[in-house]
Design a protein. Structure first.
Length: 317
């Protein structure tokens, strides 16, 4: 009988431990679920959206756009505080065999603000009327109200609600369908859409819009954990020839650098998409870099001194 009591007591103790463990796990799950359901406000600083767009205008005429939008300083419009939005990157008009390229260098495009009701508004450059950009008060089956970036001739329906990791924190997502077409994109709380900051639409026969990545507070936040290299403004930041010499430009491969002062901290080279292809931190007063293995096109040289950073566009033939 004593042995039986011991066995029963051991089983009850084991059951009690399992019960406590399950309660503990349930509490953790509930807390995480509750936190994931908390509204994630729209960023008002230190944020950038890197995007790709492609539009077909005819059988031999289309446009390719590679840009990033970035939040800049605050501004006052109509007695309300907005956050300025700029774009940097380039667009290519492709007509037959010819290509025309336009570059954007921190170009002001408009300003955004968020109110207390989970709505984000946008005022376009040289346009005094405020437009609704996002409304995050959505439920499955809702039809989106009229918004900037939506085609007024179509209905946009909320098909589902889920969540996605943004900087290792779950943000609520809303899957949007355009009419009855197989054309979907997502709203992401605190980010925008999977089509970009100001664009809504996703993929279809004659266009393609995609949020390549979202960067916040200096790190790649979406997709979570991935790098998010932004485009480099294609402009010369007052490079003085008596201080820095980079020849030849255009080049067939070899670049010669002469720095009149021995205060260069870093030398970086980026391709036109913003991808860093060369990084050099041990910079001498005279340097030679070979770009022969890289394809022809435009590259950006970034030279960082103790006081400032210079950028210069070069062409490789």
């Amino acid at each position: 009988m004593s042995q039986l009591r011991k066995v029963v007591k051991m089983k009850l103790t084991k059951f009690s431990l399992m019960k406590n463990l399950l309660i503990f796990l349930l509490i953790i799950f509930t807390v995480e679920l509750a936190y994931s359901q908390q509204y994630k406000p729209f960023p008002d600083s230190n944020a950038a959206w890197k995007e790709s767009h492609f539009f077909v205008y005819g059988s031999s005429f289309n446009e390719r756009i590679k840009i990033h939008h970035e939040i800049e300083i605050d501004t006052l419009i109509n007695a309300k505080v907005y956050h300025k939005i700029t774009k940097t990157g380039y667009s290519e008009l492709l007509e037959g065999s010819s290509t025309s390229t336009t570059y954007y260098n921190n170009e002001y495009v408009g300003a955004i603000r968020e109110d207390a009701f989970r709505r984000v508004f946008f005022i376009k450059k040289n346009h005094g009327v405020e437009e609704l950009l996002y409304d995050f008060n959505l439920n499955i089956g809702d039809t989106l109200p009229e918004m900037h970036g939506l085609n007024i001739y179509y209905d946009y329906i909320v098909e589902g609600i889920d969540s996605v990791l943004v900087a290792e924190i779950y943000h609520k997502t809303y899957t949007i369908r355009k009419n009855n077409w197989l054309n979907y994109f997502d709203f992401i709380e605190g980010v925008g859409t999977t089509s970009g900051l100001l664009t809504k639409g996703g993929f279809f026969d004659d266009y393609y819009s995609n949020l390549d990545c979202f960067k916040q507070n200096g790190i790649g936040a979406y997709p979570s954990g991935e790098e998010c290299e932004l485009y480099i403004p294609l402009q010369v930041n007052n490079i003085k020839q008596e201080k820095i010499s980079i020849i030849p430009n255009p080049t067939t491969g070899i670049l010669y650098f002469d720095f009149m002062e021995n205060n260069i901290q870093k030398l970086n080279i980026f391709d036109i998409s913003g991808k860093k292809i060369i990084e050099k931190s041990d910079v001498q007063k005279s340097e030679t870099i070979d770009l022969s293995e890289y394809k022809s096109g435009i590259y950006i040289i970034s030279v960082q001194t103790h006081k400032e950073t210079f950028t210069l566009k070069i062409v490789k033939n």
